[in-house]
Design a protein. Structure first.
Length: 405
C-alpha cells in the first residue's frame, strides 16, 4: 500500500507516491530532484526508519551500503582524469565520487523537521547495534563525521540553568546527570537555586529543548576535599564577598548519539571566563573529579584489598601519573580529559566520595584538577607533546614523602 504525495501549500500539487516499502521510499529520496518533494520524501523515509525493529534496521543499513556505496570504477575514472588534467571541476568530481551515496541520504534526512535530533537518536541506536553487527560500523563513523561539522562549537549556545528554567529542561538535567545522581526536586533545587551554585549547558539552535552537555559549579571560599561539602542539601551558603574558588564538580554529556564529539573542554573554559567576569575576587578554578577506573586498575594488580591510607595514596599517585596505556596517555579517562584541557593534577583526596558508586569505582577517592586560565594553552600543548602529567608542588612533595620515584 502506498499513498499519493501531495502538498497543500502548493495547490495540492501531486509530487508522486509515498511508498510503504522502505526500499522504494529510499529510492524516492535518492532520485528526487525537487526541493519540496525531497523534503516530504525524506520525512516519510525517516519515519519508516524509526519504525524498524533492530533486526530490520540492520538489514536496511546493509542494503543501503550495498546499493548506495562508492562506485570504484567511477572513482578510478575521475582520478585518472584529474591526474591528466588538474582542474577544479575534475577535483570536485573526485570529491563527489569518493563519498558513498548514502552520506547524501543523511544530509537529506537532516533537512526534515527535527531531522537533526532524529539522526542523533538514529546514531544512538546504531551504536548499540555495532558490537554484534560490525559491518554497519561505518554508518556510525560517517554520522559522527557529519555531526562534528553540524555541531561545531561556534554553533553552540551557552545557557545558564537555574530554578526558573522550564521544567522540561530541568527534568532532563535530572535524567542526564551522570556523575552524582539527583534524587529529588529538592536535591536539584539545592544545586541550582542558591546564589553560590551555578549550572551551565550547551544547546544547539536546531534542538533547543535538548541540552548537549552541562556542568555544575560550586562557588566556594576554599578548595573542597569531599563531594558531600558540595551537594548536601542542608549547608551554609557561601556569601558573595567570600567566594574565591569555582569548583566544577559534575560534567554530564547528554546525548549518546553525539559520543565522540568533545564539548566539555569548550564548556569548562567558556564557563570559567564567564564566571571570572561576574565575580571579581574569583581567582581559582578547580574540579572535584571522580576516578572511575581506579578500582578496576587495582583489581588487575590484585591490590584491591587491605590497603592503608599511605598504600592507597601511593597506588593512586602511580595510577594518575604513570601511564600503562600503549598511547602513553593517562590511565584514567577523567584525568585524560582534564589534563588534555590544560589542567594540572592539584590534589588527591581520600574518603571524598563514600557513596556506593564512589567506593565501588575509586574506593572513595576524588581528585582536584587545577585550571590556571593563563597557562591552559601552554599546558595543553605540553601535555600532547610529552604526555607528561603536570603536577602541583603538593603532589610532588607527597611523592617524596611516600618515596615514589
Amino acid at each position: 500500500m502506498s499513498g499519493t504525495l501531495k502538498n497543500n501549500l502548493f495547490g495540492g500539487e501531486d509530487f508522486g507516491v509515498l511508498h510503504k516499502d522502505i526500499n522504494k521510499a529510499l529510492e524516492s529520496v535518492m532520485t528526487s530532484s525537487g526541493e519540496v518533494s525531497s523534503l516530504v520524501y525524506a520525512e516519510h523515509l525517516l519515519t519508516l526508519i524509526e519504525q524498524l525493529n533492530n533486526n530490520d534496521l540492520v538489514s536496511f543499513l546493509k542494503k543501503l551500503s550495498e546499493n548506495y556505496d562508492i562506485d570504484p570504477l567511477a572513482l578510478s575514472k575521475v582520478s585518472k582524469e584529474y591526474s591528466a588534467n588538474k582542474t577544479q571541476a575534475n577535483l570536485e568530481n573526485i570529491s563527489k565520487a569518493s563519498e558513498p551515496q548514502w552520506v547524501e541520504l543523511f544530509r537529506r534526512l537532516n533537512t526534515t523537521p527535527n531531522g537533526t535530533v532524529r539522526l542523533v537518536r538514529l546514531r544512538e541506536n546504531i551504536r548499540s547495534l555495532v558490537k554484534n553487527n560490525p559491518d554497519i560500523a561505518f554508518f556510525n563513523s560517517s554520522l559522527l563525521s557529519l555531526f562534528k561539522s553540524w555541531f561545531n562549537p561556534s554553533f553552540l549556545v551557552l545557557e545558564k540553568i537555574d530554578w526558573s528554567t522550564p521544567a522540561n529542561i530541568l527534568e532532563k538535567i535530572i535524567e542526564y546527570e551522570a556523575v552524582h545522581e539527583i534524587n529529588s526536586w529538592d536535591d536539584l533545587r539545592a544545586r541550582l537555586a542558591p546564589e553560590d551554585r551555578r549550572c551551565f549547558a550547551f544547546f544547539h539552535p536546531l534542538i533547543p529543548d535538548e541540552p548537549l552537555i552541562f556542568v555544575e559549579v560550586a562557588l566556594c571560599n576554599k578548595m573542597p576535599e569531599s563531594i558531600n561539602e558540595i551537594i548536601k542539601i542542608d549547608r551554609e551558603i557561601t556569601e558573595y564577598k567570600d567566594i574565591n574558588t569555582a569548583v566544577f564538580y559534575s560534567i554530564s554529556n547528554c546525548q549518546d548519539g553525539l559520543a565522540g564529539i568533545s564539548f566539555g573542554n569548550f564548556l569548562i573554559k567558556k564557563v570559567a571566563h564567564k564566571l571570572k567576569q561576574e565575580l571579581d575576587d574569583l581567582n581559582k578554578f578547580v574540579t572535584l573529579s571522580p576516578v572511575p577506573g581506579f578500582v578496576k586498575w587495582l583489581e588487575k594488580k590484585s591490590l584491591q584489598d587491605n590497603l592503608d591510607d599511605d598504600s592507597l595514596m601511593t597506588q593512586a599517585i602511580l595510577y594518575l601519573t604513570e601511564s600503562e596505556r600503549e598511547d602513553n596517555t593517562p590511565n584514567d579517562p577523567v584525568a585524560k580529559f582534564h589534563l588534555g584541557n590544560g589542567a594540572i593534577l592539584e590534589k588527591i583526596n581520600l574518603n571524598a566520595d563514600l557513596s556506593t558508586k564512589g567506593v565501588a569505582q575509586s574506593k572513595g577517592m576524588m581528585v582536584n584538577y587545577l585550571y590556571n586560565l593563563e597557562l591552559l594553552e601552554k599546558n595543553h600543548e605540553l601535555f600532547f607533546k610529552t604526555k607528561n602529567v603536570q603536577q602541583s608542588d603538593g603532589i610532588k612533595s607527597l611523592k617524596k614523602k611516600l618515596q615514589i620515584h
